[in-house]
Ligand binder design. Sequence first.
Ligand code: AHR
Length: 658
Amino acid sequence: MKSKILLLFSLLNWFIPATWAQPTYIIKADSITAHVEPTMYGIFFEDINMAADGGVYAELVKNRSFEFTPNLMGWHERGKDGGSGSVQVVDRSAERPDNPHVITLTVASGAGYYGLSNEGFRGMGIKKGETYHFSVIARQHSGSRTGLTVELVDSQGVVIGRGAVHPTDLNWKTYTVSFVANSTVDKAQMNLWAHKAGAIDLDMVSLFPEHTWMNRPGGLRADLVQRLADLKPGFLRFPGGCIVEGRTLANRYQWKKTIGDVDRRETIINRWNLEFKHRLTPDYYQTFGLGFMEYFMTAEDIGAEPLPILNCGMACQFNSGQLAPLDSLDPYLQDAMDLIEFANGPTDTKWGKLRADLGHPASFHLKMIGVGNEQWGPQYIERWKIFEKTIKQQYPDIQLVSSVGPDPDGQKFDYLNQTMRALHADILDEHYYRSPQWFLDNVRRYDNYDRNGPHIFAGEYAAQSKGVGSPENKNNWQCALSEAAFMTGLERNADVVHMASYAPLFAHVEGWQWTPDLIWFDNLRSYGTPNYYVQQLYSLNKGTDVVPITLHDQTVTGQGGCFASAVLDKAAHTLIVKLINTAAQAQDASFVISGVKGLSSKGSVTTLQNDDLNAVNSLDQPGVVSPKVQSFAVTGDTLRLSIKPYSVNVIRVGEMLY
Ligand code: AHR
């Protein structure tokens, strides 16, 4: 039976009609149907899969302030040259609830060293020739002269970098030393040796490379932010995702606790630490070294509109679903109002002044804010209405991004979709984690959406090769190809769809909980998945205005396995066609272009292609599916191209201006 079905499929493939094998696509370049928003293709950032701590946040020391449970997680006591001593955790929560634990390191009299080694986040990625900045907040006990030596060691214990600090003060003070590493090691460790008998209190033991994104001290991993910058994103959504909601309200994301001195940003457990039984990550916490100031600045650096998503008094409904009572929403509302002032307010306002004090007097020009993440049910609507009223009263121009639940259809979606439309919501945040086939089948999803209704933010989506939450999901070519096909539908409906972002963004190859993800990395390297290159091709070629592309007068939505959209880039006087071939057959296609004075004599086509739908990129083979650019000659008003099987093609041709 199975072999008969296979035979039928292969016969169907062979008998694709000749009109499909040699199709002629018609493009009317003077019939603009929609404007493409500059925000169209953006980034969804969430601290999942060790995206922030252990990832883009370049801190190399895990559990630097002894706030994990247990307090010495990631640290190991050690003696050297006969040294002995002890390490004790001290609770000072009454005095410092934001950073309640420190350690006392005691060295017994006599020779030798005593101390701790830190294992890093799955080791520490250290580069030869790079300068490393070590810092610690310390205070000596009375009569103690204990000094500290810091060493980076490779897996054999060979020292690859060393420095020393000599704390003298009886009060808390920061001590720093910088040193250069003499070897590249992907899983180094850091030893901290105390010598000379005595006792010393320690907190915020930290190590950063000198070269971070924009070379900001205590900053972000430059290679990973560069991957984001290379997407030329229209917006940066942060900080998630379910992390906004928390498993409980106590565990929700609170932006005010993520700005200012890093030692005052309260560390909390990361909600993804214990979400998936099959991917438990006990050492996953949020230090908030990457906090709201850093998010805003990164968005600005990479030319993206900031899009913060805030908790609306609801914990994750997949977990506790805790609700803040309607008459106790004030702290949540205040967080939203204060955030808008923090981002945009003049420097003589309370929160605008704080932004200036933190080094950014200019406004961040915040235009949108998300009310809740993936909420659903009447309880969301009740809270949403209060948020909407409060925010719009003071800030009528701020656009609200509103949830329509975790699914693209079904009861939860239908209820919210109808209700939000009746309430005249600004932007609806749709999420779809679905099979590759769903993406192909839904290319017409937005064709019949109300043109005068709320705008759409495809806020989280990714094709799942196995199923949502499956650890078997792969970032394979089939998934990326189906997303590319679906995106022709987003683009064709750019009057309705104003923003779209793949999710999640980052994953550490040893520290992930959720797959698939756009960018994978280890301690030193990273690679873009085929899905990344799809996103990049769309973003770099989003154009400014949509024009129709048809085959036999029909929109191209899968005929012969092909999907297409076309845009003009008015500033560049260029026509851009996206043609996605999901079939196993090549096509000799013609594109007849009308409505231009003429075409330049050369065009280019950037192609992503692989004959194997299971193809994936990896750290060792990052280019298995990656863009290849070719140029072609243009004669008259017709382009003739051979379209490869299983390919994404972005065709660019200049318009003559005479
Ligand atoms: O992207 C991973 C998770 O998927 C997000 O945190 C959540 O919004 C969605 O359920």
